[in-house]
Every structure is written in structure tokens, then in C-alpha cells.
Ligand binder design. Structure first.
Ligand SMILES: *Cc1c(COP(=O)(O)O)cnc(C)c1O
Length: 377
């Protein structure tokens, strides 16, 4: 059933059992769907996000993760509000772009892609700019795999009394943290990252008070997370518009498998073990990671091209033939490629990958472009 495994940051490799749940069709006005699946998922998500579930709620939204980020930002910042975006990669930049599109008054503090967002700079900025009402940043910047200092950033935003929106798209479910303890107001993630579901919807886990304040702010009907939430609450699991039923059912199975694995802590340990085998093996073969260990997440790792003649297309295609799909780099200044360590993938898969990289790197080196190696981009 799988010609290759995806070592990408989503969509990612899912289990056979997650995939096979999608063979059944669901009716969206039936309790079997709304209560047993949607409502169940909504409360499970809150339980995964915080030890204080009474203060939090969740809302699911059709579309990819960006739709949910856009819903969260555009509905939470009111017309007279001001958003501060902290950016050290493409997904931080995207939040600023969302603000620009929506004509939300905003400031951006940009950091180099290989630097973490600096809490002291945030503190000084908020001290000087009292008009900021909302702050947003990315927890794990999937652009490079860098992990921003969540606790320190949250505590500064809270010290200044601002509303806090965290894009935890690629970390939620794979890295333990408590949104309630950190004071996160709106946390955004999606079905096809560390929960290991298939793509089709995103979700916002929010402090109830913060979500209630979103009422009337939306400039887009389909991205109105307040309206979507209100419908899900009042009509007990009903989506306003066609729900991605198969994807939602697969997600419920993915949540069950997360529990069976031992929850977020166990999953984090598996991702870390995957990451360690990957980095040790790649380093031994002459591929250096872009980031130092202390900034690196166990989610996805960027590697530098080993030499100027390195041909990523050839490397990519040879690995694909051996059953592994990796990811091009996304950063602007340096030539890199990325390998994800999340999904239904295990230490044995990374041991096999390293073996495949070793064979691929042996003669002839992947330096010239081989025919038929156009990247499917
Ligand atoms: C995947 C991801 C997103 C959402 O991307 P989509 O392509 O819209 O699913 C947003 N932020 C981060 C950090 C991500 O990793």
C-alpha cells in the first residue's frame, strides 16, 4: 500500500489503520458522526492541549493549516487592535502576509531564519509599543526546523497583557506543552502534522474568553472561526459547510493511535529517536545539519548541500526509487534540503534511510543531473 514513505512535514506517512478508516462514508446530520466523532475530537484536542480543559474549547475548520491561521488572526484582532508578528521563517512571514491581506494594523519583527525569536527583543518592543494588542509567532518554524523558545516568549506576552496566538502547526501533538499554563489564547494546528491524520482541516484550541471576543470581527464568512465554533457548540458537532467527513474520521483514528502510543510524551520520544538516528547517520556521511543541536526541533531537519556540485534532483530521485521521499529546502540564503522525522515512521525507517543515503552518495556522486529527474514541483 505504500510505494514510499514521506519524510516530509505534512502530509506525512500515516498508518494503514488511519488510511483504511476512510473507506466508509458518513452522514453529517447523524449523531453517529457529530457526537461520536466531531464532538469527541473537539474535547480530545482540548485535553491534549492543556491540563485546564474547562477554560478551553476547540473549533475545527475546513482547509489546510493556513486557513486556520488566517481564521485565528483575522477573527481575533479587532478593527482597533494591532498585531505584532514575530517571524524567523516562511510561516512567520505568512502570518504577516495574512495581516497585510486583511488590512490588519500590524508590526513585524523579523529574525534570521537560523536564529530563534529573541524574548528580550520582544520584551523591549512591547515596552515601547503600547498600542500592540495581539502577538503571534510560530513554535516550530518548519522552514528550517528551528524551535522557538515557547515558554520565554509566552511569559513575556502575558507579562504585557497581550492576546497570544501561537502557530503550533508542526509541534502540537509531537512536543509536550500546556497551553493553559503558558497562557496561550489561540493555538493553531492541523490534521496532517504530529497527530498523524490526513490533510483536510485545521483546528484552533482557544481560551473560551478569547474565542468569545472573536465575535463579529471576521471579514470572511468561511473563515469566521467564531461562527464556526458557535455552530459546533449549539448544534453539537455540526460544521457550517460541508465537513471533510473521511478526513475527520481518519483523524479520530489518529488520535486513538496517539493514545495507544502513550500520548504526546511517548510520541515526542519517538520523534527524538528518529531525529538522533538521522543526524548521526547523515553527519557520518558528510551531510551537516544547518542548525546547532540546541536550536533544532525533532520535527524536521535541514541539511546543507555537501559540496557546490551536489544535485538535489538526482539525490531526491535516487532516494525516491529506494522508497524515501524527502523535501527541498525552503530558506533563502543557503542551499539546503530537509528531512522530516514525524509521521508513522520509526527508528528502523531512519536506519534504512541512512543506508539508502550511503548507497546514493557512493559513486557516482549525485552531482550531475540525471535524465528523468525533474522534481515534481
Ligand atoms: C504546515 C504548516 C502550516 C500550514 O501550512 P499549510 O500548507 O496551509 O497546511 C503553518 N505553519 C507551520 C509552522 C507549518 O508547519
Amino acid at each position: 500500500m505504500r510505494p514510499y514513505i514521506l519524510l516530509t512535514p505534512g502530509p506525512l506517512t500515516t498508518s494503514e489503520t488511519v488510511k483504511s478508516t476512510m473507506l466508509e462514508d458518513w452522514c453529517t446530520w447523524d449523531d453517529e458522526y457529530n457526537l461520536d466523532i466531531v464532538q469527541h475530537i473537539r474535547s480530545e484536542l482540548v485535553g491534549l492541549a492543556t491540563g485546564s480543559p474547562d477554560d478551553y474549547t476547540s473549533v475545527l475548520l475546513q482547509g489546510s493549516g493556513t486557513f486556520a491561521v488566517e481564521g485565528a488572526l483575522t477573527c481575533s484582532v479587532p478593527e482597533d487592535g494591532k498585531l505584532l508578528v514575530l517571524a524567523n521563517g516562511a510561516y512567520g512571514d505568512r502570518m504577516a502576509e495574512i495581516a497585510r491581506y486583511a488590512k490588519i494594523s500590524h508590526d513585524v519583527i523579523s529574525f534570521p531564519e537560523t536564529e530563534t525569536v529573541c524574548p528580550d527583543m520582544l520584551d523591549r518592543f512591547l515596552g515601547r509599543h503600547r498600542d500592540v494588542t495581539h502577538v503571534s509567532f510560530v513554535h516550530c518554524e518548519t522552514t528550517t526546523g528551528i524551535l522557538n523558545p515557547l515558554e520565554a516568549l509566552c511569559s513575556i506576552v502575558k507579562k504585557h497583557g497581550k492576546t497570544l496566538i501561537v502557530d503550533a502547526m508542526s509541534s502540537f501533538g509531537g512536543i509536550p506543552f500546556d497551553a493553559g499554563r503558558l497562557g496561550i489564547d489561540l493555538l493553531v494546528s492541523s490534521a496532517n502534522k504530529c497527530i498523524q491524520g490526513v490533510p483536510g482541516f485545521g483546528f484552533i484550541i482557544a481560551r473560551k474568553e478569547a474565542l468569545e471576543k472573536c465575535k463579529g470581527n471576521a471579514a470572511s464568512l468561511s473563515l469566521d472561526i467564531y461562527d464556526q465554533w458557535e455552530t459546533m457548540e449549539k448544534k453539537r458537532g455540526k460544521w457550517r459547510f460541508t465537513s471533510p467527513t473521511h478526513v475527520v474520521r481518519a483523524f479520530q483514528q489518529a488520535l486513538k493511535e496517539l493514545h495507544e502510543e502513550g500520548g504526546i510524551t511517548a510520541r515526542h520520544a519517538r520523534y527524538k529517536a528518529n531525529h538522533r538516528i538521522l543526524v548521526e547517520g547523515m553527519t557520518r556521511l558528510g551531510y551537516a545539519p544547518l542548525l546547532p543541536d540546541e536550536k533544532q526541533s525533532p520535527i524536521i531537519t535541514s541539511f546543507l548541500y555537501p559540496d557546490p556540485s551536489f544535485c538535489f534532483e538526482t539525490f531526491y530521485n535516487r532516494l525516491k526509487q529506494k522508497g524515501f521521499v524527502i523535501y527541498p529546502g525552503k530558506i533563502s540564503q543557503t542551499d539546503t534540503f530537509r528531512i522530516g522525522t514525524i509521521g508513522d515512521v520509526y527508528e528502523r525507517d531512519f536506519e534504512a534511510l541512512i543506508k539508502a543515503v550511503e548507497e546514493t552518495t557512493a559513486s557516482p556522486r549525485p552531482s550531475t543531473k540525471e535524465s528523468g529527474t525533474e522534481l515534481p514541483r
